[in-house]
Design a protein around this ligand. Sequence first.
Ligand code: ADP
Ligand code: MG
Length: 479
Amino acid sequence: MGKYEAVIGLEVHAQLHTVSKLFSGDATNFNALPNQHVGPITLGHPGTLPKMNKKAVELAIKMGLVCGCEISTNNYFARKNYFYADLPKGFQISQHTTPICRGGLVHINTTNGSRDIQLTRIHLEEDAGKSIHDQDDALTLLDFNRAGMPLIEIVSEPDMHSSEEAAAYLTQIRKLVRWIGVCDGNMEEGSLRCDANISVRPVGSRTLGTRVEVKNLNSIKHLRHAVEIEIERLTALSEKGETILQETRSYDADAGITFSIRTKEDAEDYRYFPEPDLAPFQFTEQYIGELKNQIPLLPAELSNKFINEYGLSSYDAEQLTDEKELCDLYEEVARHTIYKKQLANILLGPLKSLLNQSSTQWNSIHISTTHWNELLILIAEGTINFSMAAQKILPRMMADPAVTPTVLIQQLDLVQDADADQLQGWAKQALDAMPDKVMAYKKGKKGLIGLFVGEVKKYSKGKADPKQVTAILESLLHQ
Ligand code: ADP
Ligand code: MG
């Protein structure tokens, strides 16, 4: 450590969120039977002609716009020729020297602060089919559902220097593609996958070292681990003065290793040439402007709004803008209540854990803004305390969104008991029951107040307001 610096560039493939494939009407849904969506164009039958999917082009441009790329107004596709069993046409339609987006950046946050990672390009291409080697002892099985799926490949500059930065970069890309609806970001299903290029060089050197490329990393955890393994391996080789071979490697998650699959000597010549079956395509500035207008406010913009206009902490704002559905819910309700901080507390605390417990999504919450606001007012006015609202009322509001929180509180007999005499009685009863604890408190163990408050809450069946109880107990204890 210390003598060498790691350099990392990532190639991220994102499957575009379209109904049909890039050059045919075949469907794109993931949970289809093998070879269910394989029309003649997908299978490359003679005489078939590709037809471009406009929606895919739109999504690629949108991703370029949110990354601040320059959008190319003149475009064409290129044929990348190679032979493989899962590539029925014998070539892949991609973009070579004319990517649809150039330059741009992705903003990341790490423990060392935040920085911009430079992008080289984003281009459009079709996916290949899938070879399945582990279902039959003797045969390789082929599933062409994936062949022709629309992809963008997002290529970064060799601009990252640690596994943490690489992981933060992929996390940010996943968040962005989901936010703007470009890709579902589902790495387990392969909608988002990553190849990591890694090299090391002496600290201070400006030239790049020889890189290795680890293919097909399908989770952020795997990316992080594979990069760590390679940095360590390449650093050790460099320290021993050994030559590093440019090679392509694979990551084995179970064994926790990477292994070589081919070296640069085997590199193929893809004989790229402009795809003759598809016309070049152009965009006007006006068309790009229209797409720009369709892009929703981005997480960073909303986070600033929550901090500056709603007075939330940056931690809360960060959490609320982590997922689009959560953020939409918060924004919608926040517009109809003055209790914006308390609303954030409910969503990020009890509601989030209720949803986690039942594996439910944010967009399955159907509580009206009026009912949310009513609940927040009931808490603010002390009619019900926060924990009762969270534990008892919230689940009922979720299950039965038609009933108002006021009615629910009455039904469950949860109106906070503000009768000071009764609280005073319970407080005395609690203290009398624990004379030794009272003594300890008086000698300085002030933390015991929580225990006393808990006792009184038990007597009140949870209805007592903890703030009021604390005040009463403190006055009794200081007598
Ligand atoms: P290919 O398509 O053959 O993999 P590219 O030259 O387009 O090749 O590079 C792909 C990725 O590799 C890019 O993200 C780039 O930033 C990264 N890269 C290139 N050279 C290096 C290097 N020496 N060290 C680390 N990453 C590199
Ligand atoms: Mg590559």
